[in-house]
Design a protein around this ligand. Structure first.
Ligand code: C2E
Ligand code: MG
Ligand code: MG
Length: 709
């Protein structure tokens, strides 16, 4: 069927020499195009000479309505507002001999406005008259989408530029692809471009804790997004703020990573408000100490920690003795002052692992963690009583206030917070009954121990003043049993207790700080004796003295030892200092420094009780040690227990490979001596050779034997 539109003009436009089938193919194509092919005159009506079937779909008019302006002209179809522009553009193109392309609106037969795109060219018809041929298509949808896109882009740009939240796109490894002005302002930059240019390494430059960025990335990679992700970040000027981020991974249609995209909110105010609320909920307003609430938490934590580590936990109830009197007679302001001062003093006594809380009124509670000896708790309680007992000035007058302390220990006095609190309270009342200004344990046996300890401590103080401490000397021999030196061992000759061994008083001296004065006494006596032997017998006897690790925490240990040496007239080469591995436990670097200063002074250094501590080989290699003393526990049984023998062998060969003098302690029989000598031990000390002896006895021994035992 020949389409009706293929009227005369078609024949004339297509060469008559074309075979029929090709003409039909063209017809089919032209008439099945979505859109309208046309030929028209370049006149004021754009009079159509040919239009393809598509005109019906496009305009609502059939070909016969349009051809020769049968019903309506193309000029009339064109929206009035667009007519002049269309004509202008087409005319300009034709005049320039070019193709034209123009977009405009038409009104369909149904009155609907449509956007069309027209492309065409001017050609000459068979009579040599200029006509236009071209194609008009409906672009309403495309135009609408474009409009919508432009609109959306504009809207989103508006949101992006004017949002109060920071918005960003970044690469995976922390470079900005885009940032909006709000983000720039948040991070302290003038413009987003400044921010993008400057902040190239988010991980290190932005996040206060690098691990936060790593966590951010981990969440993004595993879940594809993060929500309300809070971190602390640096602004450009170095100040810190808290932010909350919501972000997701952007991927293309193939799932390929494009960027991270998200928003950032400044939550600093909320954070500090939150902190303040938490503080208020958990702290006492007057003293700033944790309140009953927080105490409960801390106590639970401390209990599970003590359980895990096997340490003691002490719960101490403190009640001020004359608080009511002060509060009533001087008024509440003075009472408050006293409570604040007490809180400060308590805090000064404690370590960071301890907690002091205000329970209410004049009651305070201490949670003492990580103590592994009851004795160190006793020392602390004594210090607290002394601190609280110091005069305090209230309303311009000085007062002395005492306190009663009750102590319950985990686990023996209770294994939960409630029973510990109850028992500490009971113990506190016992302290009040006992005349106030003292402490009581819940367990009676501990009170006996505390009493004994307190007596011992008081006796030690007076013992130092009354010269009750002396030194015994235990010889050390070489493999031919010739005396090469002595170890000075402290003894306490007390009128009441008799001769007390160091195991009972060194720890107390360490906890109370008496160790400093005690060491001075011992060194003085040991150095004086050694200087005497050198003069009287010409024997080159080494004297070894023990130094407590606690001394390494104080000031100028080296200076004091040097002064004592000078005073005694003893050359430093005669002296060995015995230390234990625990000097490295705290500040190891400091210990190494002090030991090097001792080396410079000219004394020798010995590692005592070797094999019992944690034997950090790295320290052993690094610090200037001369002697290793194998602990008695590695000597006892050496002659018949293969395992002990093996360890001893290993320690001896370790000492040899580090080029240290190896000394065996606690040698009690010949079999041990022979074994150790065979293994290559250099020196020997123990009851087999001699017990520790008073100075005079050792002098006599020297004289009698000439140093050969
Ligand atoms: P230490 O320095 O390892 O001293 C060796 C201890 O082993 C001494 O005990 C000594 O009497 C004992 N001993 C020696 N040979 C034998 C033996 O064959 N068998 C047995 N069973 N024991 C033997 P002592 O005198 O009771 O001293 C104990 C610890 O007290 C010392 O161990 C040392 O760590 C400390 N000490 C002693 N005097 C002082 C001192 O002046 N200052 C410091 N800070 N600590 C000291
Ligand atoms: Mg020793
Ligand atoms: Mg030892």
């Amino acid at each position: 069927m020949m389409p009706s539109s293929l009227a005369r003009p078609r024949r004339s436009s297509l060469s008559t020499s074309l075979p029929v089938d090709r003409a039909r193919v063209l017809d089919t194509l032209v008439n099945n195009l979505e859109g309208m092919a046309y030929r028209c005159r370049n006149d004021r009506d754009w009079t159509m000479l040919f239009v393809s079937q598509g005109c019906l779909e496009l305009t609502g008019y059939g070909p016969q309505d349009l051809i020769e302006d049968g019903c309506v002209s193309w000029e009339e179809l064109t929206l009035a507002e667009d007519r002049a522009r269309v004509r202008g553009e087409i005319t300009r193109a034709i005049t320039a001999g070019k193709r034209f392309s123009v977009q405009y609106r038409i009104v369909t037969s149904a009155g609907q406005v449509k956007w069309v795109a027209e492309r065409g060219v001017a050609v000459a018809d068979e009579h040599g008259q200029p006509v236009l041929e071209g194609f008009v298509e409906d672009v309403s949808i495309r135009q609408m989408t474009q409009d919508a896109l432009a609109h959306a882009e504009m809207r989103y740009r508006h949101i992006f530029e004017h949002a109060s939240e920071g918005i960003f796109q970044t690469t995976r490894d922390g470079g900005y692809l885009a940032a909006n002005p709000a983000l720039a302002e948040l991070y302290g930059y003038d413009t987003a471009d400044d921010l993008i240019a400057d902040l190239a390494d988010i991980e290190r430059r932005l996040y206060v804790h690098e691990s936060r960025r790593r966590e951010f990335r981990r969440l993004m990679e595993t879940h594809g997004e993060v929500a309300n992700f809070e971190s602390e970040v640096y602004r450009r000027d170095g100040s810190r703020i808290w932010i909350s981020e919501n972000a997701h991974v952007v991927r293309d249609v193939n799932g390929e990573f494009i960027c991270y995209e998200g928003t950032v909110q400044d939550i600093t105010d909320r954070k500090s408000h939150q902190e303040q609320l938490e503080r208020q909920a958990n702290h006492d307003i007057l003293t700033g100490l944790p309140n009953r609430n927080l105490l409960g938490d801390r106590l639970d934590q401390a209990i599970s920690r003590a359980e895990r580590l096997g340490y003691f936990l002490a719960l101490v109830f403190i009640d001020l003795d004359n608080f009511k009197f002060i509060n009533d007679s001087l008024g509440h302001a003075a009472g408050d002052e006293l409570l604040v001062e007490t809180a400060n003093r308590l805090q000064r006594c404690l370590r960071t692992s301890d907690t002091v809380a205000r329970q209410g009124g004049d009651e305070f509670v201490l949670v003492l963690s990580d103590h592994y000896r009851v004795n160190s708790i006793i020392s602390l309680l004594e210090r607290i009583l002394v601190e609280i007992g110091r005069p305090v000035s209230l309303s311009g007058r000085e007062f002395k206030v005492g306190a009663s302390l009750g102590v319950a220990l985990y686990p023996q006095d209770g294994d939960d917070a409630e029973s510990l609190l109850k028992h500490a309270d009971v113990a506190m009342y016992a302290a009040k009954d006992r005349g106030r200004n003292n402490f009581q344990f819940f367990t009676p046996e501990l009170n006996r121990m505390a009493d004994e300890r307190l007596n011992l401590e008081a006796a030690m103080r007076s013992g130092i003043d009354h010269d009750e401490f002396l030194v015994h000397f235990q010889p050390k021999v070489d493999h031919r049993r010739r005396i090469v030196g002595v170890e000075a061992l402290a003894r306490w000759n007390n009128p009441e207790f008799g001769m007390v061994a160091p195991d009972r008083f060194i720890a107390i001296a360490e906890e109370t700080g008496l160790i400093v004065a005690l060491t001075d006494v011992i060194l003085k006596k040991a150095f004086a004796a050694a200087a005497g032997w050198a003069q009287a017998h010409g024997h080159g006897i080494q004297v070894a003295v023990n130094l407590s690790p606690k001394l390494f925490l104080g000031e100028d240990l080296v200076g004091r030892v040097a002064a004592l040496l000078r005073e005694a007239g003893l050359p430093p080469e005669r002296v060995e200092l015995e230390i234990t591995e625990s000097v490295f436990l705290g500040d190891g670097e400091r210990a190494v420094r002090i030991l090097s200063e001792f080396k410079d002074l000219g004394v020798s250094l010995a590692m005592d009780d070797f094999g019992t501590g944690y034997s950090s080989l790295s320290y052993l290699r690094r610090f200037p040690l001369d002697i290793i003393k194998i602990d008695r526990s590695l000597v006892t049984g050496i002659e018949h227990e293969e395992e002990v023998a093996m360890i001893a062998r290993a320690v001896i060969s370790l000492g040899q490979s580090l080029r240290k003098t190896v000394v065996a302690e606690g040698v009690e029989n010949q079999a041990q001596f022979d074994f150790l000598r065979y293994q290559g031990c250099d020196e020997f000390q123990g009851y087999l050779i001699a017990r520790p002896l008073p100075g005079a006895d050792f002098t006599a021994l020297l004289a009698r034997t000439g140093g050969q035992l």
